[in-house]
Design a protein. Structure first.
Length: 181
């Protein structure tokens, strides 16, 4: 009997076992390579998710800081809005008081102090003079009138001052606008 096709050395596995082992090793390497690729893919997904979560956290932190800043800037908005009729009344009282009245000086002082406190809290009056350009963002036209003194479309008369609180319109100025032809 001859072992020509099956030459086998003592201590070595038969050739078919060697081929099977080589094939198993290749499969193991392929499986290991596939597993590494899968884990690398998962790692990339986790990195991307981490970046997204960091960006979301950063955006949330910025939004919170902006909201906090706005809360500080406009915390007194309601109080100042409630004081506007008081300012209007004091100004109307001064406009109708004669120079010699004893209370006039006290009312003027009170109005100046109140305006100083309001301005230190960010309140700025909007009081266009006749001839100033009409600004629909800060003025409210109450009527239109003929006027030779001002250009058409400009403010002809101020009815009531408006007010801005830290660049936010609190109340528009009430005005009469010169009629345009």
């Amino acid at each position: 009997m001859s072992n020509e096709g099956n030459e086998h050395q003592p201590g070595e596995p038969p050739a078919s076992d060697q081929a099977h082992s080589a094939h198993s090793a290749e499969q193991g390497e392929d499986s290991l390579h596939d597993r590494i690729e899968a884990l690398e893919g998962e790692l990339e997904q986790m990195r991307a998710q981490s970046l997204i979560e960091r960006a979301d956290l950063d955006n949330q932190r910025k939004r919170l800081a902006r909201d906090l800043d706005n809360a500080r800037r406009f915390a007194n908005e309601r109080l100042l809005a409630d004081l506007l009729p008081v300012l209007d009344s004091l100004e109307a009282g001064l406009a109708n008081a004669s120079e010699g009245e004893p209370l006039r000086a006290g009312v003027e002082l009170t109005l100046r102090q109140l305006l100083k406190v309001a301005e230190s809290n960010g309140l700025v009056p909007v009081a266009p003079a006749p001839g100033d350009a009409f600004d629909p963002e800060r003025h409210q036209a109450m009527s239109v009138a003929d006027s030779d003194a001002v250009a058409p479309g400009a403010v002809a008369q101020l009815f009531q001052k408006g007010y801005v609180l830290n660049d936010r319109l609190l109340r528009p100025a009430l005005v009469v606008v010169a009629r345009s032809d």
